[in-house]
Design a protein around this ligand. Structure first.
Ligand SMILES: *Cc1c(COP(=O)(O)O)cnc(C)c1O
Length: 232
């Protein structure tokens, strides 16, 4: 457990170095700590070390963890952000709408409509990224690039949601240059949506193994799990 603050600092250093190498300000890139499969104590350790945004893949696991974390820390709920980054089945949309601040994995209008309808009125709109399947990987979630613009316009119109940008999980690339090239394709779709008039500010891309390449290509949120919490 004492290694979590150390790992977190290492990751922050990597982000800062990658920003410097890319001529970007470190404040442009937010770190999302992906705590899936780790318990509330691990989240608490990262939180005590100054981390406030957490990513979770498995909805039911996350909902239990969110309440356990709250009981453990008494943290002001508005001081902690929970991001859903995993696939969302229709029967889980209500849990997501009620318990999360952000969702990165919207890739169908039906899911977005349910999240919008089920978002409790007392909460801020759910912050949303559309997941882009940038390399056509067969087992992949995400909308294909040619369909992204239509989905983005529809999602942007839903009252319970606030569309913030795109998320992508490209297949691992053999080297830095090819990783940058794939992330740059996500960036190009993002730029095209902005040119269409959508007010987007979030490019969620980069994980433990490839955050440097993602930052080079313009990432504004890196989602890092194993480099912080250890192997799963
Ligand atoms: C697990 C996961 C991550 C974190 O991956 P690491 O390689 O452990 O950093 C990031 N994004 C998504 C969508 C994930 O499922």
């Amino acid at each position: 457990m004492t290694t979590i603050p150390f790992n977190l600092q290492q990751v922050r250093d990597r982000i800062r170095a990658a920003c410097e190498a890319a001529g970007r300000a470190p404040a442009e890139v937010q770190l999302l700590a992906v705590s899936k499969t780790f318990g509330p104590q691990a989240v608490q350790a990262a939180w005590a070390a100054g981390q406030f945004a957490f990513g979770e893949n498995y909805i039911q696991e996350a909902v239990l963890k969110i309440s356990a974390f709250s009981a453990l820390t008494n943290a002001n709920p508005s001081a902690v952000q929970w991001h859903c980054i995993g696939p969302i089945q229709s029967n889980k949309t209500r849990l997501v709408a009620e318990h999360f601040d952000w969702v990165h994995s919207v890739d169908r209008l039906k899911t977005a409509q349910r999240l919008s309808e089920q978002r409790p009125a007392g909460l801020a709109p759910l912050q949303v990224c559309i997941q882009l399947n940038v390399d056509g990987g067969a087992n992949k979630s995400g909308v294909l690039a040619p369909e992204a613009a239509a989905l983005a316009q529809q999602v942007a119109a839903l009252p319970g949601l606030c569309l913030r940008g795109l998320m992508s999980i490209p297949e691992p690339a053999p080297d830095f240059a090819s990783a940058v090239a794939v992330f740059a394709r996500v960036r190009a779709v993002f730029d095209a949506l902005r040119a269409d008039g959508l007010k987007l500010d979030t490019l969620s891309m980069g994980m433990s193994a490839d955050l440097e390449a993602a930052i080079h290509a313009g990432s504004t949120q890196v989602r890092v799990g194993s480099a912080i919490f250890g192997a799963r």
